[in-house]
Design a protein around this ligand. Structure first.
Ligand code: AMP
Length: 387
């Protein structure tokens, strides 16, 4: 009898996303091997960790030999590293899709080509171009780095045309290295994300749309299914499907959307499991992490249906007291095992319930006990205003 060999998924980046991927892979009999430049990467607490940086070809060569497929917890792995690896081992999502999602300009251009409207935008490479872009796009606007920005980093908000000097002082030095883009500031009614998955055979599934609330550009709360969607659910899923097919995408991704005047605008696409999909661990039949592992290995995809309603608190900077969550009914505590640091995502909690009314009551109870009434307020308001 031949010896049984368990599949191994290699993950580039060892943060909390890799950690949750490894935890979801285990029951499937799948092992993970993580690469990160830092020896204390938190995924290393639950999966073997190779400490190497993206330019260490000898370490990546050895890593590629130990895994069946490579995927990412971090979208800013250099595209040439991803392409180089793809010559040695299967890499999903495909490096070309990663490259598009790494560049806000390429991404928004693709959205428009695929029929998804976006906020007005213009590229900015020089100080003069910033003036021209501001004249065209108008104020308020947001200047963003095209590459390597996340969670509101690499962004400057211009309230009026006179803020151009301050914006250039903040980001102008990055024009040559990362490129810049000026976007119209959208006075959106709400923010939504589609978490979706596409298999190696092209099968596509989306979870119900998630409603999201950000503070200082960082996700604070998510709610699923987002209430009062009407046609938006179907339209958003369809946009996600068209994009995934266009990119030959394999794996889970998130499409972040603004709703303005009832219309969808594409903000960005994350080519990986996403913070706004963490609620799927306990709130859906198959989580985004499990389905990503299934997709990259070519296994059948799991059911993206939900059990009732779910909401997620993000713990940013430091963890609150765990006890009120640990003691609550159908509430789930996640500590990523990271050091507290301002602005750092260190954990989350998901609260599930049979329906919106029950969820609203459970969220309020936990928020009161934690002194987090302000964080939960917009979610409770959305739940209570549902029709
Ligand atoms: P991003 O890193 O581009 O996803 O931006 C982080 C957050 O900043 C978004 O989720 C929005 O809440 C806000 N934001 C980004 N771009 C815009 C925009 N063009 N108009 C209004 N708000 C924006």
């Amino acid at each position: 009898m031949s010896e049984r060999r368990q599949p191994v998924v290699g993950i580039l980046g060892g943060g909390q996303l890799a950690r949750m991927l490894a935890l979801a892979a285990a029951p499937l009999g799948v092992n993970c091997l993580v690469v990160d430049g830092s020896a204390d990467a938190c995924a290393g607490q639950v999966a073997p960790l190779v400490v190497a940086d993206w330019s260490d070809r000898a370490a990546l060569e050895a890593f590629a030999r130990r895994v069946d497929v490579v995927t990412f917890d971090f979208e800013n792995v250099p595209a040439d590293t991803a392409h180089w690896l793809a010559e040695r081992v299967a890499v999903f999502p495909p490096p070309d899709a990663l490259a598009v999602a790494q560049d806000r300009l390429a991404e928004k251009t693709l959205f428009r080509e695929c029929g998804l409207a976006t906020p007005e935008f213009m590229t900015v490479d020089t100080r003069e171009q910033l003036d021209r872009a501001l004249a065209a796009v108008g104020a308020p606007a947001i200047l963003k780095t095209r590459r390597l920005g996340y969670d509101g980093k690499g962004q400057f908000r211009l309230k009026q045309l006179g803020d151009a000097d301050a914006a250039w002082a903040a980001l102008g030095a990055q024009a040559a290295t990362h490129g810049l883009i000026l976007e119209a500031f959208v006075p959106f009614e709400r923010e939504l994300s589609v978490i979706a998955v596409r298999g190696r055979d092209g099968e596509f599934r989306a979870w119900p749309l998630t409603g999201n609330w950000h503070v200082d550009g960082v996700l604070s709360m998510s709610l699923a299914p987002a209430p009062n969607l009407g046609q938006l659910q179907q339209r958003a899923s369809e946009h996600a499907r068209v994009l995934a097919e266009h990119l030959g995408y394999v794996g889970v991704f998130a499409l972040e959307l603004f709703v303005r005047d009832g219309e969808l605008l594409g903000n960005e696409m994350a080519p990986r499991v996403h913070n706004s999909g963490h609620w799927t661990i306990e709130g859906a039949h198959a989580s985004q992490f499990e389905n990503h592992v299934r997709a990259v290995l070519g296994l059948p995809l799991g059911d993206t249906g939900v059990r009732g309603a779910a909401a997620m608190f993000n713990w940013v900077g430091e963890l609150p007291d765990a006890a009120p969550v640990l003691q609550a009914v159908d509430a789930h505590w996640h500590d990523y095992g990271k050091q507290a640091r301002p602005g750092r995502k260190v954990g989350h909690a998901t609260v599930c319930a049979a329906d919106a009314a029950q969820l609203s009551a459970r969220l309020s109870g936990i928020a009161d006990a934690l002194g987090r009434e302000a964080q939960v307020a917009p979610v409770v308001q959305a739940l209570d205003a549902r029709t």
